[in-house]
Design a protein around this ligand. Sequence first.
Ligand SMILES: Cc1cc2nc3c(=O)[nH]c(=O)nc-3n(C[C@H](O)[C@H](O)[C@H](O)COP(=O)(O)OP(=O)(O)OC[C@H]3O[C@@H](n4cnc5c(N)ncnc54)[C@H](O)[C@@H]3O)c2cc1C
Length: 460
Amino acid sequence: MTGGRGQPVNGHVSHWNSSLGTPPRRHPLLSDADADVCIVGAGFTGLWTAYYLARAAPRLRIVVLEAEFAGFGASGRNGGWLSADLPGSRRRYAAAHGRASVFAFQHALEQTVDEVETVTANEGIDAELRHGGVLRVACSPSQAARLTSQAATEQSWGVAELRILGPDEVARRVAIPDVRAAAFTPRGARIQPSLLARGLARAAERRGVRICESTPAREIGPGVVRTDGGDVRAEFVLRATEGFTAHLPGQRRQWLPMNSSMIVTEPLDATTWERIGWDGHEVIGDAAHVFMYAQRTADGRIALGGRGSPYRYGSRTDPGGHTPQRTVDGLRAVLDRRFPAAAGAAIEHAWSGALAVPRDWCASVWLDRESGLGGAGGYSGHGVAASNLAGRTLRDLVLGADTELTRLPWVGHRSRRWEPEPLRWLGVHGIYAAYRFADRHERRRTSILARAADTLSGRT
Ligand SMILES: Cc1cc2nc3c(=O)[nH]c(=O)nc-3n(C[C@H](O)[C@H](O)[C@H](O)COP(=O)(O)OP(=O)(O)OC[C@H]3O[C@@H](n4cnc5c(N)ncnc54)[C@H](O)[C@@H]3O)c2cc1C
């Protein structure tokens, strides 16, 4: 790895992962095995599912197969926003299941923030979780108009404790230039993602779950998962491969692997922190169309992310997370603009990861009891909390329990497939070009171009 002043480490999974050092890999699968449940993918979805199943039914034989290592994917690379953001379109879920089901979904996500806090505390997982809430700032008149109207919509859908703050209230929390307004909810926390993934893997193992690393699943079918080292036969086979799903046979157009990229500064000194404030440790985002998300890390850095190059032709992904220089420069410019006090700080690491976007941007959890095939994902960038809720829901589905969770509107939700190439590439790049243009040029109101892009993308 290289790095140092002026030249950040690039790729190598993430700063979160590198800063913890590399633990020895768990043993791969080397022979055939029998299990009750086989889970493919050891990110948050797979690990939470394994953990809750093992907790509820200690006798179950649970095997997790992971191509690389636990937390290799988006779960070890994300912005660490543990937020109650709903991973999909409320309108679409309500059309199929009624408005009350969306209220229940929102409520369940809000409780999930507390659930993760409780479980990490009970299991002795120090994920550097800090419950400071979520602050979204608007830094132009058009962003302020959009933020206020989105907040009103969210309140009408049951989002609890969401408040609009004026510029002075924001300034008392954090020094961000040009803030016109902000939306704040206490329902959100910061985490160090790799710490959570590693801690969860260990917690699942303590409860008897077998995790095989360096074990890519080559074929996932009813009752069996095939790998190079052997087959796992299981009554239930659950897919938890999110942004990597397009690489599986027959799944290329199921979910679009969307890239998100991050940079992290060196630790900032006390004088710089005095100028910035941010003592509440809220996770902070902005209201641009191509938005940024940021956290103040436990060791006093700023980690900031956004969408660089959103999508690679043919749904390809770069497993290591190498980030193009123009994306690093773009994120640096956002950092300097939003946190000018940190403008002199060195960037120590840049990385990228893939998250899964369904054609209608709506996440799902499913289990077909006949074939035993199930899974969860498609969180469209809001998977940190949602994957916990998905894990508890998959537990109930596997155990055949009819619960409040199994009645949530994302259970069994189906999204249509993405268009074939080159339409997929053209569509995503066209939409992001429109968003970038709107961010540069819109003044008082959201531009028509951005509204058209929302409609075209299937987001609204
Ligand atoms: C840069 C970035 C920032 C983000 N920021 C946030 C945020 O702040 N808040 C938020 O809520 N969400 C955020 N997200 C999204 C969030 O991280 C994901 O939604 C979530 O981590 C998904 O978890 P997962 O377990 O479903 O998928 P992943 O963590 O991607 O795990 C999938 C696992 O499956 C494994 N795998 C794939 N194929 C196979 C195979 N064939 N055989 C075996 N194993 C396989 C992979 O190696 C991987 O470990 C962000 C995502 C990215 C990339």
